[in-house]
Ligand binder design. Structure first.
Ligand SMILES: [Zn+2]
Length: 128
């Protein structure tokens, strides 16, 4: 049984500073995957540009490029960037190759169809 889950470092841009806390970041990224850890810079709040979290992501689920962070009084959108994603085939639903390299699909499209061409014997030269 192949797993479709993988651990990915995710960058979260435009996160308001008041949410720059492990618990807040974990709760906001829960929609993407299972939060595993934050990198040291994010912990020390001195990264500045983006928060970085290691998430356990199921590649079968959609990977949004932004997240809506809902707060009691308002909501804001953060941009999400995946630092590295393994090749994943949405056809085979497995990690290891991409759809473009999928042998299963290529074999299917190469299935031999009916090879019989209707023979055309009605050429003008065919006179007697
Ligand atoms: Zn495949």
């Amino acid at each position: 049984m192949k797993s479709t889950k993988t651990q990915v470092w995710v960058r979260i841009y435009h996160l308001l500073l008041e949410y720059w806390r492990p618990r807040a970041i974990f709760s906001k990224t829960r929609g993407l995957g299972t939060p595993l850890s934050l990198d040291d810079h994010t912990m020390r709040k001195n990264s500045g540009l983006f928060a970085r979290a290691l998430l356990d992501i199921d590649l079968l689920s959609p990977l949004p490029d932004h997240l809506l962070v809902e707060c009691p009084d308002f909501s804001f959108v953060v941009d999400v960037e995946y630092e590295w994603l393994p090749p994943f085939c949405s056809h085979c639903k497995m990690i290891g190759h991409e759809l473009a390299q999928c042998h299963v699909i290529h074999d299917q499209t190469r299935v031999p169809g009916p090879q019989h061409k209707p023979s055309q014997k009605t050429t003008p030269d065919d006179r007697e």
